[in-house]
Design a protein around this ligand. Structure first.
Ligand code: GDP
Ligand code: ZN
Length: 451
């Protein structure tokens, strides 16, 4: 991907399919010329212009609203033209072809956001928050993505970077005056600042971990005989939001993945009904894929009826599971035995008694799953974050901690300064001050077209 392009880019910005309104967005220095050709006039900046959208022979392609945002006061920082027509795929395709004919090229996925980042309209964490906001599947996820988009996360990172810079200046000054170095480093100011930065880093990391959980959720495998109550449990857990069932790509068998949420935490559930017997080769491939997905699971739920033991067939599957994945045994249908809901922890294994149908003991299970994942559910200070952000924060934490040791045990100012520099660099990757083209490419190509 070439970042220094002078191209004018275009895409359909609204979702595929039919809708009341559909938008073609154009960004780049040809936007004004394109407006003149399509509308007969370049609209007054930031004013809605109603008119016909014209084809090459002057024929009317559609009627609608056009908006023109001259640079730098636009989303991308370039000249932007928005053509809001009727939301039908044929019409929008005509409009897109028309602007391409007039010199625009089709935008790559995420290219508008990338342009906004390159023109300093947004930092990298904010650009990622746009994608996360659009992808958000719960209200909590949407709210925290909005917080990141508004800069909550970036501001905290920038504040840490600023403190690291100040401390580096102080420490490097000490190094330049070696006779005073020891005094400088032992006067308590550096140690105090380091401690302060560490505490703040821990707080940001904890909030970011919640953000990653909101985005990525928890993955569980559910094992159980037909009629154990697996579907009932999933419906009961998901509350009003009904479970969405999707096939794992490429499997011919009935291995389904359901997406539900508990208190805003996404739960990806793999139902293993199809894992039982494999007769032909195609089925076996499907089963292998299912197993590959299982390897990544955070937890296995085994569901039995309260008066039954684990069935040998489930036991056999359980024994093939990677041993590092923890197991929770769920005894369902306690209403039939007049037993009360309950939870017992035993050598790292948890057993829960509940009734899926009568909604008894569900809170025990929800709380158990949230606790296992460290999901706090307070929205206070939580912003959307990604694994890449966590890694950067952890790296920064590591360097600040080693820096602290350099100071405490060796009074080694130069090593401390180097650790501070590394911590600063790691944090700057979050907002994109230091990023490789490679990383940018990976981030933006995961966006959808027109974003
Ligand atoms: P699955 O095959 O494991 O998905 O099981 P289902 O969720 O389809 O449930 C099988 C049957 O058990 C249905 O008739 C449910 O109504 C019933 N069932 C599920 N949970 C309970 C429960 O807690 N108590 C009772 N009495 N019946 C239940
Ligand atoms: Zn079922």
């Amino acid at each position: 991907m070439d970042f220094s392009t002078n191209d004018t880019i275009a895409a359909i910005a609204t979702a595929p399919g039919r809708g009341g309104v559909g938008i073609v967005r154009v960004s780049g220095n040809k936007a004004a010329k394109i407006a003149e050709q399509v509308l007969g006039i370049c609209p007054k900046p930031r004013y809605a212009h109603y008119g016909s959208f014209l084809g090459a022979e002057g024929q009317v392609l559609d009627q609608g609203i056009a908006l023109f945002f001259p640079n730098p006061h636009s989303f991308t920082g370039e000249d932007v033209l928005e053509l809001q027509g009727h939301g039908g795929p044929v019409i929008l395709q005509w409009l897109l072809e028309r602007v391409v004919q007039l010199g625009a090229r089709l935008a790559e996925p995420g290219e508008f956001s990338k342009q906004a980042f390159l023109n300093d309209k947004l930092d990298l964490a904010q650009a990622e928050a746009i994608a996360d906001l659009i992808d958000a599947s719960s209200q909590q996820a949407a709210r925290s993505a909005l917080k990141s988009l508004q800069g909550d996360f970036s501001n905290q990172v920038n504040e840490l970077v600023e403190q690291l810079i100040q401390l580096r200046i102080y420490v490097e000054a000490a190094i330049d005056f070696p006779e005073e170095e020891i005094d400088f480093l032992s006067d308590g100011k550096v140690a105090g600042q380091l401690q302060h930065i560490l505490e703040q880093l821990h707080r940001v990391l904890a909030a970011a971990q919640q953000g990653v959980l909101l985005r990525e959720g928890m993955s569980v495998v559910i094992l159980g005989r037909p009629n154990a109550g697996k579907s009932s449990l999933l419906n009961a857990l998901s509350g009003r939001e009904s479970a969405i069932v999707t096939d794992i790509a490429g499997t011919t068998r009935d291995i389904v993945k359901e997406e539900i949420q508990i208190d805003g935490m996404p739960l990806h559930v793999l139902d293993t009904a199809g894992l039982r017997e494999a007769t032909d080769a195609v089925e076996q491939i499907g089963i292998q894929r299912a197993w590959a997905a299982i390897e990544e699971a955070d937890r296995i739920l085994v569901m039995v009826q309260a008066n039954e033991a684990i069935h040998p067939e489930d036991q056999a599957i359980l024994e093939k599971m990677p041993s590092h994945i923890p197991v929770t045994l769920i005894h369902n249908k306690i209403d039939l035995m007049e037993k009360s809901p309950g939870l017992v922890e035993n050598e790292g294994e948890t057993e829960i008694w509940l009734s899926a149908k009568h909604h008894l003991g569900l809170d025990l299970l929800k709380q158990h799953l949230k606790t296992e994942m460290g999901y706090a559910q307070t929205e206070e200070g939580v912003f959307m974050a990604r694994k890449r952000h966590l890694e950067a924060l952890e790296t920064a934490l590591h360097f600040v901690e080693t820096g602290q040791q350099q100071l405490e045990h060796f009074a080694a100012g130069e090593l401390l300064a180097e650790d501070l520099r590394q911590a600063q660099q790691a944090l700057s990757e979050i907002t994109g001050q230091f990023t490789s083209d490679d990383l940018l490419g990976r981030i933006f190509t995961s966006f959808c077209i027109g974003k």
